[in-house]
Design a protein around this ligand. Structure first.
Ligand code: CUA
Length: 407
C-alpha cells in the first residue's frame, strides 16, 4: 500500500484491510459452498426429490450474522472517518485555493506558495475554496481527499509524522489540464518551516534592487515595462542597445553595463540617451556605491520575467494556460499580445475587433467572460479580488512582452 504518514488516517487503511478481508472471506466461502452443493445435491446422487421445510435457526443465522458484519464494517469506517473529520484545537490554518489548473496556498502571515509546506508533527487545518469549477484536494499519502465546491467553504486537516515530499493531486475532473493540477506537499522540520514561512517570496538581492529603485523614486519617471512616458524604460537593460549622445555631441551605440548605470545615476546629464532631455536629478551621497551596485546588478538582470508582474503571473497560475513564448495554449500567449488586434465576442454574442490596450487587458483579467477572443472557450476564472495594484503589475508584465514596435 502507498506509504501512510497521517496518524489519524491509519484507521482508513485498517478499515480498508478489514473490508477487503471480509470480502475475500465471503467470496471464498460462497464459492466453496456452491461447488460443494453442486456435487452433494447432484440429481445422480439424489434421484428422488425431497421436500425441505423451512429452518428457523438457519433464518436467524443468515439474518443476524450479515447484520453484525455490516455494522462492524460501518463502525471501522465511521471511527476512521470521524478521526479525519475532527480538526484538533489550535491547528495551524492554511487557505487552499484550487483553480484551473493550479493550486495556491496562503498562510496566516500572508505568505503564498504554489506548494504546501507544513511542519512535521503539527496538525494543519486546510480551508478549501475554488476560484472556478469543482476541484478535489487529494493527498494519497494522507488518505485525505475533499471536494472544493464553488460557493461553498469546505475543509480538511492533516498531520504528518514523517519529513518528506508527497504528491498533491486534483481528484475531480475539471477540464482540459486536470491532469496537470499536481503539486507537492513538503513536510519539513519545524525550524525549516519557520525560516521558510517568514522568508520573503523573492530572493533577497532581487527584492533589495527593486526596493531601492522604489525608495529612490526611480519609478516616478522610469517604468519596468515598455512604457516610456517621461523617461527611458528600465526593462531588459542588460540586453538592450542604446544610442547615447556623448558630452562632445557625437552619437554612439552602447550596451548598458554597470559603469554606464553608475554614471547615469551619479551624473545623469553627462551621457544622455538619444531623444531624452537632461531632466534627471543627479544622485550623490544619499545613494551609497554599494546600493548603486545592487541596483545596477538588478537592472542588468532584471529583464522580462523578472518584474513583479511576471512573478505574480506565475504565482496566480496564469502561466498554467498562457505562455510567454508565443505558443497559444488553453489561452492566448502573452508574447506579442499587447497592442495586437483582437477579434472575439462579447458576453451577449456581439463580435468585436479591437486593439489590446490597458483597458482591454484589465477587463480580460477581472471579467474574462465579457470579451472572449475567437478560438477560445469562456473558461478563465475572473481575478476580480486581487490586491490593489496587482492588475496593473500584470498589465505591465503583458506589456513588457509586447512586440517591440507595437507601441
Ligand atoms: Cu482541478 Cu481536476
Amino acid at each position: 500500500m502507498y506509504p501512510q504518514i497521517f496518524t489519524a488516517a491509519k484507521g482508513v487503511d485498517q478499515a480498508f484491510l478489514i473490508i477487503l478481508g471480509f470480502a475475500v472471506f465471503i467470496l471464498v466461502a460462497v464459492t466453496v459452498t456452491m461447488i460443494y452443493f453442486l456435487w452433494r445435491y447432484h440429481y445422480t446422487r439424489n434421484p428422488k426429490p425431497t421436500n425441505i421445510e423451512g429452518s428457523i435457526s438457519l433464518e436467524i443465522i443468515w439474518t443476524v450474522l450479515p447484520t453484525l458484519i455490516v455494522l462492524g464494517l460501518f463502525w471501522t469506517g465511521w471511527t476512521s472517518f470521524k478521526a479525519m473529520r475532527t480538526i484538533p484545537e489550535g491547528a495551524m490554518t492554511v487557505a487552499v485555493e484550487g483553480r484551473m489548473w493550479s493550486w495556491r496556498f496562503t498562510y496566516d502571515n500572508g505568505k503564498t506558495s504554489k506548494e504546501l509546506v507544513i511542519p512535521v508533527d503539527t496538525p494543519v487545518k486546510l480551508d478549501l475554496t475554488t476560484r472556478d469549477v469543482i476541484h478535489s484536494f487529494y493527498v494519497p499519502a494522507m488518505r485525505v481527499k475533499w471536494d472544493m465546491v464553488p460557493g461553498m467553504d469546505t475543509n480538511a486537516w492533516l498531520q504528518s509524522d514523517t519529513v518528506g515530499d508527497y504528491d498533491i493531486f486534483c481528484a475531480e475532473y475539471c477540464g482540459l489540464k486536470h491532469a496537470d493540477m499536481i503539486t507537492l506537499l513538503r513536510v519539513v522540520e519545524q525550524e525549516d518551516f519557520d525560516n521558510w514561512v517568514n522568508a520573503k517570496a523573492e530572493p533577497a538581492e532581487e527584492e533589495l534592487g527593486m526596493s531601492l529603485l522604489e525608495e529612490f523614486g526611480c519609478f516616478e519617471c522610469h517604468s519596468m515595462d515598455l512604457s516610456e512616458e517621461s523617461a527611458p524604460s528600465l526593462l531588459d537593460l542588460g540586453s538592450r542597445e542604446e544610442t547615447v549622445i556623448l558630452p562632445d555631441g557625437t552619437e554612439k551605440k552602447i550596451k548598458p553595463d554597470e559603469a554606464y548605470i553608475r554614471q547615469s545615476v551619479r551624473e545623469p546629464g553627462a551621457i544622455l540617451v538619444k531623444g531624452w532631455d537632461d531632466m534627471m536629478p543627479a544622485y550623490g551621497d544619499e545613494l551609497s556605491d554599494a546600493q548603486l551596485g545592487v541596483m545596477a546588478a538588478y537592472l542588468l538582470k532584471g529583464g522580462q520575467g523578472k518584474n513583479k508582474g511576471a512573478v505574480l503571473a506565475d504565482e496566480l497560475g496564469c502561466m498554467g494556460c498562457h505562455s510567454d513564448d508565443g505558443t497559444d495554449d488553453v489561452g492566448p500567449s502573452f508574447l506579442g499580445l499587447y497592442g495586437s488586434e483582437r477579434k472575439g465576442k462579447t458576453a451577449d454574442g456581439k463580435p468585436y475587433t479591437l486593439k489590446a490596450d490597458d483597458d482591454y487587458i484589465h477587463k480580460a483579467i477581472v471579467d474574462p467572460s465579457a470579451d472572449v477572443p475567437d478560438g477560445y472557450e469562456d473558461q478563465m476564472p475572473a481575478f476580480d479580488d486581487l490586491e490593489p495594484g496587482s492588475v496593473e503589475q500584470l498589465i505591465g508584465y503583458i506589456k513588457s512582452l509586447a512586440k517591440k514596435d507595437a507601441e
